[in-house]
Design a protein around this ligand. Structure first.
Ligand code: GRF
Length: 214
């Protein structure tokens, strides 16, 4: 059984965490168990969802950390050590996590951290844009379509081997809300699917690309 840690923030609703929990309950994710939900903020709704399901939670507040005289680089090390020692996850899922993680964190979990980005990451223009910002960028720049990407993370923000993508058409009268609603629906399908493939050891990274072994 693979041990999964899901990282969330207080900026969004933890709906992708809920989608993973539901997929595990329905046995759509086989061979995976969430061992911790981690946030940088205590008031994250994902933590509420986790507690309701008796999943252990962890908060490491960046602001408190910096105010105690430590650096951002030290935060990444502390977060990596804490999660590794206490939960030893096989997979980390960034589902609404807001902080950029440097190699100080990534080196504890090589090829084990996946991210969900509300855009198609081949398009570098939306790299680093969060949630509604990425969605409104697609509308404002008259993209014919946008979508969502699940990918392994590297040291470059919103880059890294793509696991699954879903394309979503941008309609003429779309608002950020209507378009994001359709993207959300896709995210709730592709993220659990990617987690399931990881848990079944079906994802092979070769030459910077993911090969899905079926
Ligand atoms: C998702 O739209 C994801 O693409 C972005 O953050 C959002 C998280 O939403 N990285 P939720 O917290 O899972 O509802």
């Amino acid at each position: 059984m693979k041990r999964i840690a899901v990282f969330v923030s207080n900026k969004t609703q933890g709906s992708n965490l809920a989608a993973i929990i539901a997929a595990i309950e329905k046995k759509k994710i086989k061979n995976g168990k969430i061992v911790a939900v981690v946030s940088n903020k205590a008031d994250s709704y994902g933590l509420v969802r986790a507690k309701a399901k008796n999943i252990p939670t962890e908060v490491l507040d960046l602001k408190d950390f910096i105010e105690s005289g430590k650096t951002r680089a030290e935060y990444d090390v502390a977060l990596g050590k804490l999660v590794k020692r206490k939960y030893n996850p096989d997979l980390i899922v960034l589902a609404g996590w807001i902080l950029i993680l440097s190699r100080n964190f990534i080196r504890y979990f090589p090829n084990k951290v996946i991210n969900l980005h509300p855009g198609l990451i081949q398009d570098k223009a939306t790299h680093g844009l969060h949630t509604t910002d990425a969605v409104s960028y697609a509308i404002n720049h008259h993209y014919p379509f946008t979508g969502s990407t699940v990918h392994f993370i590297t040291e470059k923000v919103d880059e890294g081997p793509i696991i699954i993508q879903s394309k979503v058409k941008v309609l003429p009268n779309d608002t950020v809300e209507t378009l994001y609603t359709r993207i959300y629906k896709e995210e709730h399908k592709i993220l659990p699917k990617a987690v399931d493939l990881f848990c079944k050891d079906k994802l092979i990274i070769k030459n910077g690309k993911v090969k899905i072994q079926l």
